[in-house]
Design a protein around this ligand. Structure first.
Ligand code: SF4
Ligand code: MG
Length: 335
């Protein structure tokens, strides 16, 4: 399978009043053409910083990539000039964010906003860009495309605005789409529609998607592979089936337990007690040790290496060491 993106040993830090914060600590990611990889974790786990690093959108100062490589089609993105990077962001790797209002310009018609990238990056004439914009609005399921082009963002509902943002992101047929919490601001029904739409579009366009979310529920239907992030590191990665049916890391167990079960009505969510590690003074051992019900002395003293569970499944936990005591693993999640 053709790798389109490889992130190797990425370290990203920020200077803050509290000192240096190591937001991302040694992240490795592979992305294959046409697949969807979900990056899951709580806020502050480093997932958004990872995705912004891929877009080279980490403000420096206060942030910087301290170590590592981000290879897009085999070439390190650090080698591109800012100008080349703008072209890549406009046409090869695009990004959509949680709140469509912040990515749309309220004073410009949505037609203009869709056409902007087409005119600049694809050098289309006005009539070509108009035709493509109409096609894109139809593609993302917005009826009456011709007249909708002349309207402003506030004339669209939240779900429709996110469809417009997706249309803009897909306008230039990007090879990678990074979607950072694309449905978090939307209600559940619209959420499902937007995820369906992204999947449909992926079938048609072959775009690889990195889906960033704090919600494992969103992942089950939308992704093929999952990377679970905690404390700036990837603690477990595997196919959706491996993560849901054979999870190995206690943090993944906690995330799965906190998902509402199908058919449950009104039962309270089980939150994982405690809070994430302070990355201005990161723990030297397992980042989850302070919250892990199975933590041992070795967990506090030494960082666990990623252990191969299968060819597609790895987890970084001392419980996978053959000398570790056997603990009862939770039942598989119902998805
Ligand atoms: Fe828990 Fe230790 Fe595994 Fe970390 S390494 S998740 S503390 S058992
Ligand atoms: Mg975020």
């Amino acid at each position: 399978m053709e790798k389109i993106l490889e992130v190797k040993n990425l370290h990203v830090s920020f200077d803050t009043f509290a000192g240096e914060v190591e937001a991302v600590r040694g992240v490795n990611i592979d992305l294959t053409k046409g697949e969807t990889l979900a990056i899951v974790g709580e806020s502050g786990s480093g997932k958004s910083v990872t995705s912004k690093s891929i877009m080279r959108l980490i403000p420096n100062p206060p942030g910087r990539i301290k170590e590592g490589e981000i290879l897009f089609e085999g070439k390190d993105l650090a080698q591109y000039s800012e100008r080349e990077m703008q072209r890549i962001r406009g046409s090869e790797i695009s990004m959509i964010f949680q709140d469509p209002m912040t990515s749309l310009n309220p004073t410009m018609t949505i037609g203009k906003q869709i056409m902007e990238g087409l005119r600049i990056h694809q050098k289309m004439s006005k009539s070509q860009a108009t035709a493509r914009a109409i096609e894109l609005l139809k593609l993302v399921g917005i009826p009456n495309a011709e007249s909708r082009l002349k309207q402003y963002p506030h004339q669209f509902s939240g779900g429709m605005r996110q469809r417009v943002v997706i249309a803009i992101a897909l306008a230039c047929n990007p090879k990678i789409l990074i979607a950072d919490e694309p449905t978090t601001a939307l209600d559940v029904t619209i959420q499902a529609q937007i995820l369906d739409l992204m999947r449909d579009l992926q079938d048609k366009t072959g775009t690889a998607i990195i889906l960033i979310t704090h919600d494992l529920g969103v992942v089950a239907n939308a992704a093929q592979r999952v990377a679970v992030m905690y404390g700036g590191q990837i603690v477990e990665t595997g196919t959706v089936d491996e993560i849901f049916y054979k999870p190995q890391h206690p943090y993944t167990w906690g995330l799965l337990a906190s998902m509402p079960k199908v058919g449950d009505s009104g039962t309270e969510l089980i939150a994982i007690p405690g809070s994430p590690p302070d990355l201005s003074d990161p723990p030297k051992g397992c980042p989850f040790a302070a919250r892990c019900p199975h933590a041992m002395q070795v967990c506090i003293d030494h960082m666990p290496d990623a252990t191969e569970v299968s060819g597609s499944h790895q987890a970084a936990c001392w419980l996978l060491d053959e000398r570790a005591p056997k603990v009862e693993k939770p039942e598989a999640a119902t998805i």
